[in-house]
Design a protein around this ligand. Structure first.
Ligand SMILES: N[C@@H](CCC[C@H](N)C(=O)O)C(=O)O
Length: 286
């Protein structure tokens, strides 16, 4: 099986095209084994590039625990670069069908090379039913929650996938992140962003991802931080979101309310997975 490893700010993915993906019997088991950093290839998730009836191509994203997510911001930049450079799409502006709807990445070229990818991420969803969250309130903005004996305030934003944004970075943020991910308030679990605003144009963020744990970056998470920051008058509608793996520029347009994310994507290596390894992984998971 042929796969390509890519990353967006250190948030890393195994990219697999449709004809190769058809060889996989259980994508959940495959994602767990392949993403293992010791016994597998290593990655935060697996991305499948599939044909689409509604857009140029379709993306499916599976976290390293095998769960499927609706959207992935860093992943869609990787997919866009992959698809453009291999001629899977004709134009630098492409449409991608995701479980969160149609998303539109635009390849930004410099000297005919891909410099960055700017993605129209669509409008954020703020209604509690759309997050989803089981609180009887229209929107969840600076809502108190007690986690492991500590009081937090969080703002809930969906970028197709759920995010809980907290304007504080506690020492034990990973422990709190894991507990919030699985809190019963979130029936589909949640990604968690811990934020320190450095100014109205810059924020530092630590991310605990649903289904993957701490990652070096999260594109949808950065978008959720900007939206939550603007809603709480902590950030302007355009800001640099600094993640452990690097920065993303995020803008929430006041014209169409769409969120735009710009950042890089990098190819790391190609791999051929032997039948022997695939069988070993299958046995290991059985
Ligand atoms: N890292 C991604 C988000 C991947 C999915 C997420 N873990 C979820 O389950 O929602 C990003 O860059 O957005």
């Amino acid at each position: 099986m042929h796969l390509v490893k890519m990353h967006g700010l250190g948030n890393d993915f195994l990219i697999i095209e449709d004809h190769e993906a058809q060889k996989i019997t259980s994508i959940k088991d495959f994602a767990i084994s392949a993403c293992d950093r010791h016994f597998g290839v290593g990655g935060d998730g697996v991305i499948l590039i599939l044909p689409s009836q509604k857009a140029d191509i379709r993306m499916r994203i599976f976290n390293s625990d095998g769960s499927e997510a609706e959207m992935c911001g860093n992943g869609i930049r990787c997919l866009a670069k992959y698809a453009y450079e291999r001629g899977l799409v004709p134009d630098p502006i492409l449409t991608v069908e995701t479980e969160a709807g149609i998303i539109i990445p635009e390849i930004i070229l410099e000297d005919e090379k891909v410099k960055s990818i700017r993605v129209d991420m669509g409008q954020p969803r703020l209604e509690s039913g759309e997050i989803p969250i089981t609180l009887d309130k229209e929107r969840i903005i600076q809502e108190p929650i007690e986690i492991l004996g500590k009081a937090f305030y969080f703002t809930a934003v969906s970028m197709g996938n759920p995010h809980a944004v907290i304007f504080e970075i506690p020492d034990q943020w990973q422990t709190y992140g894991e507990a919030i991910e699985k809190h019963p308030l979130f029936p589909r679990k949640t990604n968690v962003e811990f934020v320190r605003c450095l100014s109205s144009n810059q924020a530092e963020v630590k991310v605990w991802e649903r289904g993957a744990g701490p990652t070096l970056a999260c594109g949808t998470g950065a978008c959720a931080v900007l939206v939550a920051g603007a809603l709480n008058q902590k950030l302007n509608r355009k800001a640099e979101i600094r993640l452990p793996g690097g920065s993303l520029t995020i803008e929430w347009s006041s014209k169409n309310q769409h969120v735009y994310m710009e950042g890089p994507a990098q190819e790391v290596f190609h791999a051929e997975l032997s039948e022997e390894v695939y069988e070993l992984w299958t046995l290991h998971r059985a």
